[in-house]
Write a protein that binds this ligand. Structure first.
Ligand SMILES: O=C(O)c1ccc[n+]([C@@H]2O[C@H](COP(=O)([O-])O)[C@@H](O)[C@H]2O)c1
Ligand SMILES: Cc1cc2nc[nH]c2cc1C
Length: 347
């Protein structure tokens, strides 16, 4: 296997206990800020700081194409990936709107779009022109899978070096719910039919076809469940591997990562396979409509914050949840304690 090693420190449980005690001294009934209190404690453990900050956030959107689209598994043509990249670059996509709303820098990375795109703001890190159609051939070579992870790692590191205090990861790739479902079936040893969803919105008839295509592909490709690089190279996606790499960079730097929907969470599972401690730096921001998402979240050992019926991708759900995570940090930093405010704790 000879896989590259990514060092990720353990989170600091001790500081988590201290912050938990401190939260109980703030001017509110004990436990009354519910999930926000848990998030504040998690952030403190990740950052090894009593008063962690997540401001400013940095958003990375990885775009790539999927050869499996040749099998008719998506309701949109492959060309939409490149068209949406241009839309991201001109500021009109949902992730542009929400990134502006939360004051985030937004980087768009072409890690494997099937056509050349010329734009001064595009980060061109194309590993190859889309994946191979995994119904007929491997999605990519092992080397390409490793390169895509390295590209993601470098992009994550750059965003952190430029001052991002948390990373929001998103993707764009027509066909990537098929790749993600295939990866999840391998990692969870589950029946593919229970995981596959309608992605961008296919009919029930096409859904049955999608299940059959992925089922047969898995039999033909037979990825090794113990080897995440093998899984990526057989049935994966370049943008998925890119997000995995960015998550490893964040975790190595003790920077929290806000996970978006189904595809992003699958990248999280791969990062956890590569470096188990990395999962401790991930926050699952929402529950996507894709049926496999619930299983993926539970394999990460997480609870989603929001359930808004989202199925867009691009990092949008994570950007929408960001203000709540910021609220958790501001609660810690700005609320008065009973002592300092002269408020009584007992009747
Ligand atoms: O994030 C999600 O949970 C999600 C669920 C369904 C679809 N998507 C987006 O839709 C595209 C993949 O859908 P599909 O049907 O082409 O496999 C891809 O660009 C994703 O960003 C995203
Ligand atoms: C229009 C469109 C926008 C998207 N953003 C993420 N995935 C997408 C898929 C489509 C089809």
């Amino acid at each position: 296997m000879n896989q590259q090693v990514y060092y990720v420190p353990k989170v600091n449980k001790e500081i988590g206990n201290q912050v938990s005690d401190y939260i109980n001294t703030l001017t509110k009934p004990v436990g009354s800020l519910g999930r926000l209190e848990e998030i504040a404690i998690e952030l403190a453990k990740m950052k090894n700081e009593a008063f962690p900050s997540v401001t400013p956030p940095g958003v990375l959107v990885f775009a790539a194409d999927h050869g499996i689209t040749e099998e008719g598994v998506s309701s949109y043509p492959q060309a939409v990936t490149a068209q949406m990249v241009l839309n991201f670059l001109s500021g009109g996509a949902a992730i542009n709107v929400f990134s502006r709303q939360i004051g985030a820098s937004l980087n768009i990375i072409d890690i494997g779009v099937a056509q050349d795109i010329e734009h001064s703001s595009l980060i061109n890190q194309k590993v190859r022109y889309g994946t191979g159609n995994f119904y007929r051939e491997d999605a990519m070579t092992r080397e390409e899978a490793e390169n895509a992870i390295s590209v993601g790692y470098e992009q994550g590191q750059d965003m952190i070096n430029n001052g991002a205090k948390c990373l929001i990861l998103g993707e764009m790739g027509i066909g990537n719910t098929s790749a993600s479902s295939a990866i999840l079936a391998v990692l969870s040893n589950s029946d593919i039919a229970s995981l596959v969803g309608t992605g961008t919105g296919i009919s029930q008839e096409t859904l049955l076809h999608k299940v059959a295509v992925i089922h047969e592909s898995l039999q033909k490709r037979n990825p090794n469940p113990e080897d995440p690089i093998d899984i990526i190279s057989k049935v994966g996606g370049l943008e998925i591997a890119g997000m995995t790499g960015a998550m490893l960079a964040a975790a190595s730097n003790r920077v929290p990562v806000l996970l978006d929907g189904f595809i992003c969470t699958i990248a999280g599972l791969l990062a956890k396979e590569i470096s188990p401690n990395s999962a401790d730096y991930m926050i699952v921001t929402h529950q996507s409509v894709e049926p496999g998402h619930q299983l993926a979240i539970s394999l990460l050992g997480k609870k989603p914050i929001l359930d808004l019926g989202l199925r867009l991708g691009e990092g949008t759900g994570a950007a929408i949840a960001y203000p709540l995570i910021q609220s958790a940090t501001l609660m810690l930093k700005e609320m008065a304690t009973f002592d300092s405010a002269g408020v009584s704790t007992k009747r």
